[in-house]
Ligand binder design. Structure first.
Ligand code: 5RP
Length: 223
C-alpha cells in the first residue's frame, strides 16, 4: 500500500452512517472513492455522495455509490480531496486538473474538508513547486494576464498538444508563476478581486484537516 492509499483508507474509515460525502478528483481521491465503496458494499455503510468531476462521477457510479447531483445539494457533511501543495497554515494549491470550480464549491459547502496527501505535497509557501492555475473566461485572458503582470505574475496559457487546454466548463487556464514568495491568503483575496477570473487554485481557510502519510507513518493536522 502506498502513502496515497494509506491516507485514503484512513479517511474512508472515518466516514459514518448517514453522511453526505463530497468526492474529490485525482489519484488520491480515486483511492478514497474505492475505499469508501468497499465499506458501502461490505459494511452496508449508509451514505450518499456528490462528485466534483465527470471522472469521479463515473467512478462512483461504477462502484455502486449512491450519487446525488450538486444542483440538488445545499450542504455536505464532509468533502474529501487531494491537493498539489499544502502550506503550514493549511492553505492549499489545487487544480492541476480541469475541475477546480466544482472542487471549491464542494469544499466551501461542507462542514468539514479533509485533505489527503503524501509528504511530497507539503511546502513552506504556496507556489513553491507549481504555478497557480487561474481559470479565466476565454475572452478575458489577456486582460487578466495584464492584471497578473501588474502583481508580478507571469501567466502562461496552459497548452493541450497543439491547442489550448480547456476546463470542464470551457475556461482557459493561465498557469501563473510569481517573482516573489507568495502569501497564499493575500494572493487569494487579490485574485478574487480580478474580473474575468472564474476560479483559481488557492484554497484558503477551507481545509479543516490534512491527513499526511510519509513512508507509512500517518499524521493529522487540523486548524
Ligand atoms: C485536481 C486536484 C488534485 O486533488 C490534485 O492535483 C492532487 O492530485 P493527486 O491526488 O493525483 O496527486 O486538485 O484538480
Amino acid at each position: 500500500m502506498n502513502d496515497k492509499q494509506r491516507v485514503a483508507e484512513h479517511a474512508a474509515e472515518k466516514i459514518q452512517n448517514g453522511m453526505l460525502v463530497g468526492l474529490g478528483t485525482g489519484s488520491t481521491a480515486n483511492y478514497f472513492i474505492e475505499a469508501l465503496a468497499r465499506r458501502h458494499l461490505h459494511e452496508s455503510l449508509q451514505i450518499q455522495v456528490v462528485a466534483s468531476s465527470v471522472v469521479s462521477t463515473i467512478k462512483a457510479k461504477q462502484l455502486g455509490l449512491p450519487l446525488r447531483s450538486m444542483e440538488h445539494v445545499a450542504e455536505l457533511d464532509v468533502y474529501v480531496d487531494g491537493a498539489d501543495e499544502v502550506a503550514p497554515d493549511l492553505t492549499l494549491l489545487k487544480g492541476r486538473g480541469a475541475d477546480l470550480v466544482r472542487e471549491k464549491l464542494l469544499a466551501k459547502a461542507s462542514a468539514a474538508f479533509w485533505v489527503l496527501i503524501d509528504n511530497s505535497k507539503t511546502v513552506e509557501h504556496i507556489g513553491q513547486n507549481f504555478p497557480i492555475p487561474i481559470e479565466v473566461m476565454p475572452f478575458a485572458w489577456q486582460l487578466v494576464q495584464n492584471s497578473l503582470s501588474a502583481m508580478g505574475g507571469q501567466g502562461q496559457l496552459r497548452k493541450n498538444g497543439d491547442g489550448l487546454f480547456v476546463t470542464s466548463y470551457g475556461s482557459l487556464v493561465l498557469d501563473t508563476a510569481f517573482d516573489k514568495q507568495i502569501d497564499g491568503k493575500r494572493l487569494n483575496a487579490e485574485l478574487n478581486d480580478i474580473p474575468g477570473i472564474v476560479e483559481h487554485g488557492i484554497f484558503a481557510q477551507l481545509a479543516t484537516a490534512v491527513f499526511c502519510s510519509h513512508e507509512g507513518v500517518l499524521a493529522e493536522k487540523t486548524v
